[in-house]
Design a protein around this ligand. Structure first.
Ligand SMILES: COc1cccc(CC(=N)NC(=O)c2cccnc2OC2CCNCC2)c1
Length: 389
């Protein structure tokens, strides 16, 4: 019964692992658009599809609430992602987005939103092939409807709508193992507010450690140390695009960002995404870049705290400032902005700073997947240059 659905899909199958005869690249060829199913898949009788215009305040509210109450929790069900409305509008409206790929399921009678799944277009390079893909995210089924096998039909429906736009590949992540991970990443956490993290059960007091010793251990300078370190601004887009395109070229899988993408994904947006760069005081050249996105978590069942304010490492480039120093400045800014914790995956060159900057390993892994694209063998996480929201 395991993976009954995924064994029917064009994804790397476990039985194919290590089979050298299977070529890297698309698993199935594109279908002629006339042969793509024109009408939506059938839902169980009580439910109907709804195309969600995230720009509409009331619709955005319904999606926010569905996710806030039913989306991903940590393994111990102590925390649940609490994506903000402005974050969702940012995440779902990149250049070239399709409203039709923001798909809700609601109860026909009550019109209550009970499930959601999204796609956004992205150009993703795999080795030296730039592929038009859909990034699939926010798959969420209401807790009370989990046994109704809604996820497979939702995945087929978003796939159908992506096919109608002549896109045949996708990228997605999951905390669970499905056929077949293209890379498996470990996540790490850097305490910024250790007392709160311990009070809410996110962290535990180390052995032979007192609370005051722990607070001292994670203490950071009041201000950043790198000369020329400043917030990114709109006029920096061309320079940051050059910097990040060059940096990402070293990874096997990475986004193929152009200036429009950089302007959308990396320009600071309050409470959504923060980005900083180093402009050399002498030459005024942009030499380094760091960024993190804001994804709070609801704290489930704690009398004193309701929200964990978390920063998630996004894209970081160092060409002149040591990455260690650049990321320490990112930690300092996050602390200044009252974040409780700074999270990072061991992707790109992150491993080079995680331990030294006092990140601790998380208790789970994040698996990356490609749909209808075979990668001969799983990548090391350091060969991955893609961070999904
Ligand atoms: C602390 O609150 C949590 C609430 C829900 C789940 C988790 C654990 C977890 N699953 N974390 C991650 O997936 C994760 C850890 C570090 C960096 N990015 C991550 O996930 C991102 C990227 C994938 N989509 C969710 C956000 C933690």
């Amino acid at each position: 019964q395991r993976h009954k659905f995924w064994e029917t899909q064009p994804v790397g199958q476990f039985k194919d692992i290590g089979n050298p005869t299977l070529p890297e690249g698309p698993i199935e060829p594109p279908t002629p658009l006339s042969e793509v199913k024109q009408e939506p898949y059938n839902l169980p009788n009580l439910y109907e599809w709804v195309t969600c215009d995230i720009h509409d305040e009331q619709m955005c509210d319904e999606i926010y609430t569905l996710l806030a109450n039913n989306y991903v929790e940590d393994d111990e069900n102590m925390f649940r992602f609490n994506y903000s409305k402005e974050f969702l509008r940012w995440a779902l409206q990149p250049p070239g987005y399709f409203t039709a790929w923001h798909i809700g399921v609601r109860v026909k009678t009550s019109k209550k939103m009970v499930a959601f799944i999204t796609g956004i277009p992205a150009r993703i390079r795999v080795r030296d092939e730039v592929v038009n893909m859909a990034e699939i995210n926010f798959l969420c089924v209401h807790k009370k409807l989990r046994t109704k096998r809604l996820a497979p039909v939702m995945i087929k429906e978003v796939t159908r709508r992506v096919h109608l736009e002549n896109i045949w590949q996708a990228a997605y992540t999951a905390g669970v193992i499905l056929p077949t991970p293209v890379a498996t990443c470990q996540y790490w956490h850097r305490s910024l507010n250790p007392k709160k993290l311990i009070d809410v059960g996110f962290s535990r007091l180390g052995a032979r450690m007192t609370m005051s010793r722990t607070i001292k251990l994670y203490k950071l300078p009041e201000s950043t140390v790198t000369p020329g370190f400043r917030k990114m601004e709109i006029h920096d887009v061309p320079a940051v695009t050059r910097l990040i395109r060059n940096y990402l070229s070293q990874f096997i899988v990475a986004p193929d960002f152009d200036e429009n993408d950089v302007e959308h994904w990396l320009l600071p947006r309050e409470n959504v995404v923060d980005s900083y760069l180093v402009e050399s005081p002498e030459t005024h050249e942009v030499t380094d870049f760091c960024s993190f996105y804001t994804l709070p978590s609801s704290i489930l069942g704690n009398p004193n705290y309701s929200t964990l304010k978390a920063a998630y490492s996004f894209y970081n480039v160092s060409t002149a400032t040591p990455l260690l120093q650049l990321m320490n400045d990112a930690l300092i800014v996050a602390k200044q902005k009252d974040y409780d914790v700074f999270n990072a995956l061991d992707v790109m060159q992150n491993e080079s700073f995680l331990k030294e900057l006092k990140f601790g390993p998380g208790d789970g892994k994040l698996h990356y997947y490609l749909y209808n694209y075979r990668v001969r063998h799983a990548l090391k996480s350091s060969e991955l240059g893609l961070v999904l929201l």
